[in-house]
Ligand binder design. Structure first.
Ligand SMILES: [Mn+2]
Length: 456
């Protein structure tokens, strides 16, 4: 199935192999972009090329004009560029004699024919760039087209796809599935069935269990002492030297004991079992992708490239702690303002106004957490935080129940954005937007009234 992508990567592979000047690599700052950058970085090193690289958060017109003026003659964009392909065509192709390669999976702004540069994108081949393959996957297949010995970079393709939430109900689908099978076959990742609970790698085991409410675990859901009791009844220690153990800290045999104890109580454990992927460095893929994502969120995306390429687990641990502290302080702001109705309030939707206190890179995580931990009872929660260029970033989440009842939050947000001069959209359960700062109140009102109408 990946054959068409491998074939479509040939012009890019040839260009990279034959190009003798200096190259500029430009990647996007999320987990997928950082993994794609790591693959491209390694590819260029292996080819012995001279190159510079940068990781950007956005690619505005002025960024493209700036890049058009850089010294390098070949510009290599990963996980960014398709959405700006019209601007690349205009400012780089038509105004300079530079060459461009884009390896991306976002919706292309112009067709392949209208791009007078090498534009790799799964949409051109009829694949879904949302779920079937990430930019790290595209760039991995490009590296393999250059030299099939580059297969050792395959784990980055999967970490990137995981970061872009491409797994569906825990499983890789589409081209990612083929890539995952290859990775397992090569022994680069291990796959087994395990309990797919919230916080598997990050929360104390008893918390993961008590937060499980779908399916309801009688005596354990929302009941911490009941959860601890379950762990003990399975003959497992709740702590080790490092403090509380997470589900991921259990050995496979211990996890089986826990599963058996749950089956004995008649819990529908089957519904909680999913594929768990473990990397060679011992990290589970979801957790590792969170760490790489955190590097970008903390404004240190190049550290992510270093963690990946040098397997610097000490740095990974440091970043992970730092990220955890930043989330805790954001959540503290929400708690401290629980009774301040200008900041946190609940009508038909729950609202968190992060103002300038919650970083726009953290508002999404805060919204997800307050949606899942019962802080709000509303079926839709939104967070808003100041972003660059006099805009605000909006993050919203819907409960499973209202989505199952037919709500598509992505469509709702998309429609409001059209009315209010914003940009946004997303999925049925999670969506985001950027709107002008002075439209913030109007946006909240519109979302609130739309949700109350939809649910009436
Ligand atoms: Mn991506």
């Amino acid at each position: 199935m990946v054959d068409d992508i491998l074939e479509s990567a040939e012009p890019a592979a040839e260009k990279l192999e034959n190009y003798s000047g200096k190259i500029r690599l430009i990647g996007q700052y999320d987990a997928d972009g950082i993994n794609a950058t790591a693959i491209a970085h390694e590819l260029l090193e292996r080819l012995g090329k001279e190159f510079e690289y940068e990781i950007v958060k956005q690619l505005y017109e002025e960024d493209i004009e700036r890049i058009a003026g850089e010294d390098e003659g070949l510009l290599f964009f990963v996980d960014i560029g398709s959405g700006q392909s019209d601007l690349i065509q205009k400012h780089i192709i038509e105004e300079t004699d530079k060459d461009v390669i884009v390896s991306d999976h976002h919706e292309p702004a112009i067709t392949e024919e209208a791009s007078d540069f090498i534009h790799m994108n799964p949409h051109f081949l009829g694949h879904d760039g949302g779920e079937a393959i990430s930019a790290a996957g595209m760039t991995y297949l490009l590296a393999k087209t250059v030299d099939k010995d580059n297969y050792d970079l395959v784990q980055y393709a999967l970490i990137g796809a995981t970061g872009d939430v491409q797994k569906q109900e825990g499983e890789f689908i589409g081209l990612n599935k083929d890539i995952a099978e290859e990775a397992i076959e090569k022994g680069v990742v291990e796959k087994r069935k395990g309990l797919d609970l919230y916080g598997r790698t990050t929360k104390p085991l008893q918390k993961s269990l008590m937060y499980t409410t779908d399916p309801h675990l009688e005596g354990v859901s929302n009941n911490e002492s009941g959860a601890i009791q379950l762990v003990k009844s399975a003959g497992l220690d709740i702590r080790d030297n490092g403090g509380f153990r997470t589900l991921a800290d259990l050995s496979e045999a211990e996890e089986k004991k826990l599963i058996n104890a749950m089956i004995k109580r008649g819990y529908p454990v089957q519904r909680l079992l999913n594929d768990i992927y473990t990397l060679e460095n011992g990290y589970e893929i979801d957790e590792f992708s969170t760490v790489i994502n955190a590097c970008g969120r903390l404004g240190m995306p190049k550290k992510g490239v270093r963690i990946l390429l040098e397997d610097d687990l000490e740095l990974a641990e440091k970043i992970s702690k730092k990220y955890g502290r930043k989330i805790s302080s954001s959540l503290r702001y929400v708690e401290e303002n629980q009774n301040n109705e200008d900041v946190v309030y609940e009508e038909d939707i729950g609202v968190i106004d992060g103002n300038s206190t919650i970083d726009s890179d953290f508002i999404g995580t805060v919204t997800t957490i307050t949606m899942s931990n019962g802080f709000f009872t509303a079926p839709v929660v939104m967070g808003v935080a100041e972003a660059e260029k006099e805009k605000v970033k909006i993050s919203s989440r819907a409960s499973k129940e209202v989505v199952e009842a037919g709500l598509n939050l992505g469509d709702v947000i998309g429609d409001i954005c059209e009315e209010l001069d914003g940009e946004g959209g997303g999925h049925n359960i999670a969506a985001g937007a950027k709107i002008p700062q002075d439209k913030k109140e109007a946006f909240i009102e519109r979302l609130n009234s739309t949700i109350s109408e939809e649910l009436a």
